[in-house]
Write a protein that binds this ligand. Structure first.
Ligand SMILES: NC(=O)c1ccc[n+]([C@@H]2O[C@H](COP(=O)([O-])OP(=O)(O)OC[C@H]3O[C@@H](n4cnc5c(N)ncnc54)[C@H](OP(=O)(O)O)[C@@H]3O)[C@@H](O)[C@H]2O)c1
Length: 337
């Protein structure tokens, strides 16, 4: 696979989001996930994304077990500052002493001595970003992490954090239907040389055609909980109508809808010169994992990118990105998306 850089790290142009193997989009199976993780490395993925939050630590333990013996073959990204109790309660805590504790617990679960890229998962509104970033810089100084990142922060917070210590990566939701980063953080990433890592690049399966409306989803599915508005039956019926022309474009390009969604992201980065994007689609299916990785080879022309831009964007889809309650906890540029 082509590669990109994140600070001192070199990673595959498309990374593997691992959250689904522990939570999010229906039941997962550890044996199947172990097979998928190993097959992912064999297929050329060298960038894995996890977090202390995912499955309350299950995801990190799974990766540690599944890839024991292959640690040198991949760049490992994890996140702290947001944790989940066994009964599903999430807590944001960006205090320095908590980040140190979260990082040490992640290292133990992952069975590794160093996490290559360590993100603050969410800004803690009660802790100045400088303090959280300073704590991550201390983790780097101590040799526990190699590079640091922030997730879902506004451009103002990103600049403030960078002033405390250089930030290597910014991870936020970005896809055709979630454009918030275009309001500021992409410009700041380009200016400061920060690699941008789009999460949920397939719009939680919507752009790949594998999502359904909330009435058919499990109550714990993230599309029925935090990302609910766009998957509400009325909104979804409108949104899904956009997929017919979208799928036609994919057919014209000669790729799958999921690959088209990823190729659009990579083309957006190319059009911005030095800005680097590393999308991290997540899947539990072997064939989808391979299909998504192969999107790194697809090049879209400007006319196709413009057509996609116009077809699916925050004005053409119905429903907001998150529920109001969740949006209130995100340090976002604006609320519309
Ligand atoms: N920083 C943050 O706050 C944050 C938040 C959310 C996610 N993330 C990270 O980003 C990663 C990806 O995001 P995501 O999982 O939310 O969303 P996503 O990658 O946009 O979509 C995942 C969904 O798409 C389906 N899918 C994947 N490839 C497909 C294909 N080729 N064809 C059809 N369907 C396909 C998956 O199905 P199956 O699962 O059934 O295979 C799953 O339901 C996560 O794993 C996690 O590491 C970070």
């Amino acid at each position: 696979m082509h590669t990109r850089t994140i600070g001192p790290l070199t990673v595959s142009a498309i990374g593997l989001g691992c959250m689904n193997m522990s939570m999010g989009y229906g039941p997962a199976d550890d044996d199947a996930s172990t097979t998928l993780l190993n097959a992912g490395l064999d297929h050329g993925y060298t960038f894995l994304d996890t977090a202390a939050l995912y499955g309350g630590g299950h995801n990190e333990s799974l990766i540690g077990r599944a890839l024991a013996g292959r640690r040198q073959e991949f760049t490992l990204a994890s996140k702290g500052g947001l944790t989940r109790t066994p009964d599903g309660e999430s807590t944001i805590d960006g205090r320095p002493e908590s980040l140190r504790r979260h990082c040490e617990a992640s290292l133990a679960r992952l069975g590794t001595e160093v996490i290559d890229l360590y993100y603050l998962h969410r800004l803690d509104a009660g802790v100045p970003i400088e303090e959280s970033v300073g704590a991550m810089a201390d983790l780097k100084q101590a040799g526990l992490v190699r590079a640091i990142g922030l997730s879902e922060v506004s451009s103002t917070t990103l600049r403030r954090g960078f002033t405390e210590h250089p930030i290597d990566a910014l991870q936020s939701e970005y896809s055709l239907w979630s454009r918030t980063p275009e309001s500021g953080v992409l410009d700041v990433c380009a200016e400061l040389g920060i690699t941008f890592v789009p999460f949920s690049p397939l719009a939680r399966g919507f752009l790949a055609g594998s999502s359904q409306d909330v009435s058919t989803l499990e109550a714990t599915d993230l599309r029925a909980t935090i990302a609910r508005p766009r998957f509400e039956p009325d909104n979804f019926a409108h949104n899904v109508s956009l997929l017919t022309p979208f799928n036609d474009i994919a057919t014209g390009v000669g790729c799958t809808p999921a690959q088209l969604a990823l190729a659009w992201l990579l083309a957006r980065a190319d059009s911005r010169g030095e800005l680097r994007y590393v999308p991290i689609p997540g899947t539990k299916h072997l064939e989808w994992m391979r299909e998504n990785g192969d999107a790194a080879d697809i090049r879209l022309d400007d006319a196709t990118c413009n057509e996609l831009d116009t077809l699916i964007n925050e004005s053409t889809v119905k429903g907001t990105r998150y529920t109001d309650a969740l949006m209130a906890s995100v340090d976002s540029e604006r609320d519309r998306d």
